[in-house]
Ligand binder design. Structure first.
Ligand code: SAH
Ligand code: SF4
Ligand code: F3S
Length: 453
């Protein structure tokens, strides 16, 4: 055994960036490491293994990790046995060039190699180690479920086959692979046995999940049949793969939430075509109508990119008008970020939009969506909603915080505990929070804070 190996005490710290899939992957890595005798710590300076589980979706995501790494490499001065690793989408996206770019990092692991983490960490104690192969790994026999309090993220598929022109995900996570229905059900049942009351099923195009004869609607029905689950959500579905049967089932089942995150990306058919999204503006608007017909009180949210290469003022106006017509409850809005390896990067570089133009468009879009969110939340004032309580509010522990079934954060008077389903009357709203009275205590003080939790 070498000196470095002798001092290495198998304490590990993981920091997570990016989407919910990465949150679930960090839970998976924790499980793999603990099984191999590692002890997880929340204290960065105590750890002999530090992993940053990274995202590559936009340039900013990668920049954040690079500056964090600069800080962390300083720790090596006081802890020469420290193994510093970068996992997830960024090493897969940037590949071998990272060995030169980040010489102080010992370990680079892509999303399909987490099973081999203990062996790779051992190798990395001796020399820089890289494992970026993508294969048919689905981790279905492991524990890829991330539990926090009463909520769990449950990946039901990995990878993506759609290759939208702007997106690195198919490059970083490989082809789509769905878990078997029985594996998902087993994992959700295990989570419920640990006290989980709400799950979010995860996949990049989650509604395209299929395994053997089973379709997404069958999986939803099976998960909805599990005893003890109060709330089931899924994210993110793709607009072209949605069957009406899914909305009918949500309408019928108490524990399937009328909360749909439906990324649109643009309101211009010309841009949607160029992005290879597979649907037109009109088809998206029809889908929104269909959803509302089945689920009149649906919480509908979306993702939008502005400043995609070649986006004209007219295209952007179409986005504004689609947003106006769709009346989303909220939206994640991004400025286009060129990603190496994608089709848009390879073919449309000369059509890129100047930063000041895309910046101005983003501000206008955010302003419009903010005013719509204010109205969408205000619709609930005076109405009763059922809230699944998540625990005390962090800002004011005398209040509790929870979620309405359509996905809105609700602050309510303290008392109820995590996992309780309580009916409350909404008193006040902002563009991202609702404040409530308990129904039983209409004369009590309402919750008073305005915050995002
Ligand atoms: N699978 C999901 C999206 C996952 S990525 C879907 O297809 O809906 C989350 C969001 O990041 C996307 O919906 C998109 O709005 C945004 N995004 C992806 N690539 C981007 C890029 N190159 N620049 C800016 N935003 C991007
Ligand atoms: Fe990316 Fe498109 Fe796949 Fe979503 S569907 S992950 S945007 S390629
Ligand atoms: Fe980022 Fe990878 Fe998720 S690129 S958004 S962490 S799939």
């Amino acid at each position: 055994m070498t000196e470095t190996q002798k001092r290495f005490d198998k304490s590990a710290y993981i920091e997570t960036y990016g989407c919910q899939m990465n949150v679930a992957d960090s839970a998976l890595m924790t499980d793999v490491l603990e099984t191999a005798g590692f002890r997880m710590t929340e204290e960065l300076t105590e750890a002999s293994l530090i992993l940053l589980n990274t995202c590559a979706i936009r340039e900013k995501a990668e920049e954040r990790v690079q500056s964090r790494l600069q800080q962390l490499t300083q720790l090596k001065r006081v802890r020469p046995d420290l193994v510093l690793g970068v996992t997830g989408c960024m090493p897969k996206h940037l590949g071998k060039e990272l060995l030169d770019r980040l010489p102080k990092v010992d370990l680079f692991i892509g999303p399909d190699s987490y099973r081999h983490l203990p062996r790779l960490v051992e190798e990395a104690q001796e020399k820089p180690t890289l494992s970026l192969r993508l294969d048919d790994e689905d981790y279905s026999d492991l524990s890829p479920v991330s539990i926090e309090g009463i909520h769990a993220f449950v990946p039901i598929m990995r990878g993506c086959d759609r290759f939208c022109t702007f997106c690195v995900v198919p490059l970083t996570r490989g082809r789509e692979k769905s878990l078997a229905l029985r594996d998902v059900v087993r994992q959700v049942e295990d989570a419920v046995a640990k006290g989980v009351r709400a799950v979010t099923l995860l996949g990049q195009t989650v509604n395209s999940w299929h395994h053997g004869e089973d379709r997404f609607v069958d999986l939803l029905r099976a998960v909805s049949d599990i005893d003890g689950l109060a709330r089931i959500r899924f994210t993110s579905p793709h607009p072209v793969q949605f069957g009406e049967d899914v909305f009918a089932l949500i309408a019928e089942r108490e524990n399937l939430c009328p909360h749909i995150h439906l990324p649109v990306q643009s309101g211009s058919t010309r841009i949607l075509d160029s992005m290879k999204r597979g649907h037109t503006r009109e088809e998206f608007l029809e889908l929104v109508e269909l959803i509302r017909r089945h689920l009149p009180d649906v919480g509908l949210t979306t993702d939008i990119i502005v400043g995609y290469p070649g986006e004209t003022d007219e295209d952007f106006d179409e986005t504004l008008s689609l947003v106006e017509r769709s009346q989303f409850d909220s939206a994640f809005m991004f400025r286009y970020s060129p990603r190496s390896g994608t089709q848009a990067y390879r073919k449309l570089r000369d059509l890129e939009i100047p930063d000041d133009v895309s910046g101005a468009r983003l501000s206008r879009l955010i302003e419009l969506q903010e005013s719509i969110s204010v109205q969408r939340f205000a619709r609930w004032e005076g109405r009763e909603v059922r809230v699944l309580v998540e625990g005390p509010s962090r800002r004011n522990p005398r209040n509790a915080v929870g979620k309405s079934d359509d996905g809105k954060t609700v602050i309510l008077p303290g008392g109820p505990e995590a996992g309780d389903l309580v009916d409350v009357r909404i008193e006040k709203t902002t563009s991202h929070t609702m404040m409530a009275f308990g129904i039983e205590e209409k004369n009590a003080e309402p919750a008073t804070e305005v915050m995002e939790v």
